[in-house]
Design a protein around this ligand. Sequence first.
Ligand code: HAM
Length: 418
Amino acid sequence: MYQAVRGTTDILPEEQACWRYVEQHAVAICNLYGYQRIDSPAFEETDLFTRSVGQGTDIVEKEMYTFTDKGSKQITLRPEGTASICRAYLQHGLNNLPQPVKLYYLTSIFRYERPQAGRLREHHQFGCEAIGDDDPALDAEVIDMAWRFFQSLNLRNLSLQLNSIGCRQCRPRYLIALKEYYAEYEQKICRDCRVRLNRNPLRLLDCKQPSCQSTADSAPQSVDHLCPACRTHFHRLKAYLELLKIPFTLNHRLVRGFDYYTRTVFEIQPAVGGSQSALLGGGRYDDLIEELGGKPTPGIGFAAGIERIILNLKKQKIPIPAPPGLQVLIAYTGNEARDASVKLAAGLRQAGISAAAATGGKSLKAQMRQANSLGVRYALIIGDEEVKAGTATVRNMADARQQIVPLGDLPGLLKRPA
Ligand code: HAM
């Protein structure tokens, strides 16, 4: 028997209520903040991701699903959403619209990671991007939006982690300080960190190895090496967050796994699990559009992992509204009644009532069991006598009361609120 590929999952009907709950709140928050939906293709030219996410990152080095297509093009299934949105922004001249352009997406993401709870090879993100403005008030708005999104889902005990990693003016000086500091500990840190020290020193700070923790904790902090413009930007962002009463924790080890970030970076994490199980991550990417061939254009955004959100909704036992199911099942006995049930179901649906005729020639008892397990509000029972009389027996499944009703009166009765 075939199985879904490791790290991928089917979203069965019983899970769909949770997914709709999250998606509907995502759409509602985007409407509230004036973000418009954008959908981009599932795959892009590989080079788009290598350039934007960055050569030395885990995603580019180990996690991309890359293949050569039949036209010999290098193609990659999207390992994140931001690069595609920036490509679309440039390709479609969205820079000609009033700035910032505010966009959101709900999309699948592909990363060849080691699968475990909350870590999949195909996962789904709700993401937002605000492109074309570097005002720290926009950073605050984006973070506010992320925070209110989780509040609207009723998720509790989350923490907002915040850092500024500077810009291309001040970052190089910071990286020198970081490397100088780590050089002293080269023998103490893990093998991966020794590689990071030369290839991607910023990532030294988010190493998860126990042996590297104290070294990373005491490392020089990017916030102490910001240029005046970045310092002012970060200062104003923090002031806005205070104004908006959004609690945040400064985390000097928060650096995020993409090379495109500048200045603000943030994550929203559950009480346990830290960045390993972050529900949402984001930040500013003021050089990315230029890197992709456009004019210098700042941007900021975030993405939240829908599977992780659902895991936390379940953990916190948040009640999820059930979607409306089938309301009416029509059971029948006899051949004439079978034809009548098909016609009746069609007529009820045309009247806007969710209805189905029982199929498969089951006994009346089995049809009633089916009505029960489907959770319908009413079962209609028709036999040859009802067909002659132009009626149906209506059984209210909640209290098992039955009444005989002329077919013409059915829509009115069945539409009555419970
Ligand atoms: P990211 O932190 O890589 O950021 O992913 C965003 C969220 O997706 C994570 O916080 C997590 O909830 C979820 N996620 C990531 N990997 C997995 C996985 N393997 N399985 C399940 N869930 C996962 C980005 O992708 C950036 N593009 C965010 C961004 C948008 N920055 C600016 N704009």
